[in-house]
Design a protein around this ligand. Structure first.
Ligand code: NAD
Length: 322
């Protein structure tokens, strides 16, 4: 098969670091940047993405083309395809899996709940099954989300805070995936690190995120909706620049220990970690809009509404102390 030939070829370049990394969601926003940086520093990288149409697949193809030019083959495929995953792990001896494929977005979960369960829970489990059976067993680094802090959150969020009141189905699937990861670590000795990303922004960013569609709507003269908390307090987000997220992902990859394949034996416990990846400096959304107005030199046509109970939390704010 053509993809198998390309896969073997793409995995051929020598890895300077000794790492061979499978990046799922490589045509996505974060996956694109992580794959490119890994390749630039000399890791072997193979990407996997299903190019779904949650947002413009043309943007994903653009990212794929850029990656292809820098030596990263992004194959089209789904993490729910178990036969494909098996083949992939049979052909390439991955040392690490950077799992960034998911159904993202909080509000979309109201219309498409099953997409979250299918991709973020079932798909994640299938990927862990494939890692469990692979030889060598790769270490896994994957994207959870700050949304797991949900309605319990006192700010800044610390990794030790409660995560038992998700405010959206998206958050619930990330929380469920964290528990599934814990089980695979404990039972099968997989080395797993979950990263709770916080509102990532930057070039080639996601068109469904506020900074992107606010810019578009302000430029097109369309009305934008700003949500506010009780007593007209501003909603705030701990916007985190993509380069900082990439640095965090690579740092975590470099400190990942090998999976132990311990098969539940207590004597060989595998690594299990959870980290916030955030900026620890929340910006009120009203300020974001003022900044955009200034940069675009256009006054926004604003509508202000109370924050609906549809999944958005009032604040995101990471505690990033060790
Ligand atoms: P993204 O939607 O741009 O990237 C995800 C990619 O995964 C997409 O290209 C999509 O086509 C692919 N994908 C989805 N389901 C798949 C499947 N079943 N098989 C193969 N590919 C599939 O999102 P992103 O912003 O790059 O997010 C990456 C990860 O980080 C996700 O897990 C997301 O939940 C998490 N996260 C992101 C943010 C953020 O602000 N961007 C914040 C918190 C958590």
């Amino acid at each position: 098969r053509e993809w198998e030939r390309r896969l073997r070829k793409s995995a051929t370049p020598k890895s300077l670091s000794g790492h061979t990394v499978l990046v799922t969601g490589a045509a996505g926003f974060v996956g694109f940047h992580v794959s490119r940086t890994l390749r630039q520093r000399g890791d072997r990288v193979v990407g996997l993405d299903n190019f779904n149409d949650y947002y413009d697949p043309g943007l994903k193809r653009d990212r794929q083309n850029i990656l292809s030019r820098s030596g990263v083959f992004v194959m089209e495929g789904d993490i729910n395809d178990q036969a494909l995953l098996k083949k992939l792990f049979d052909v390439v001896p991955f040392t690490h899996v950077m799992h960034l494929a998911a159904q993202a977005g909080v509000r979309y979960a109201m219309q498409n709940p099953y997409s979250y369960v299918h991709n973020n829970i079932a798909g994640f489990t299938k990927l862990l099954e494939a890692c469990k059976s692979a030889n060598p067993q790769p270490a896994i680094i994957w994207a959870s989300s700050s949304s797991v802090y949900g309605l319990n959150s006192k700010v800044p969020f610390s990794e030790k805070d409660r995560t038992d009141r998700p405010a959206s189905l998206y958050a619930a699937t990330k929380k469920a995936a964290e528990e599934i990861a814990r089980a695979y670590n404990h039972i099968y000795g997989l080395s797993i690190t979950g990263l709770r990303f916080i509102t990532v922004y930057g070039p080639y960013g996601r068109p469904d995120m506020a900074y992107f569609f606010f810019t578009k709507d302000i430029l097109n003269g369309n009305q934008i909706t700003i949500y506010e908390g009780p007593d007209h307090s501003s909603v705030a987000r701990d916007f985190t620049y993509i380069d900082d997220i990439v640095e965090g992902c690579l740092g975590v990859l470099d400190t990942s220990k090998k999976s132990t394949g311990s098969g539940g034996k207590k004597t060989v416990s595998a690594q299990l970690r959870t980290f916030n990846l955030g900026n620890t400096s929340p910006v009120p959304v009203t300020k974001l809009v003022r900044i955009l107005e200034k940069l675009l030199k256009v006054k926004a046509n604003k509508k202000v509404l109370p924050l609906p109970m549809n999944g958005d939390v009032k604040f995101t704010h990471a505690n990033i102390k060790a």
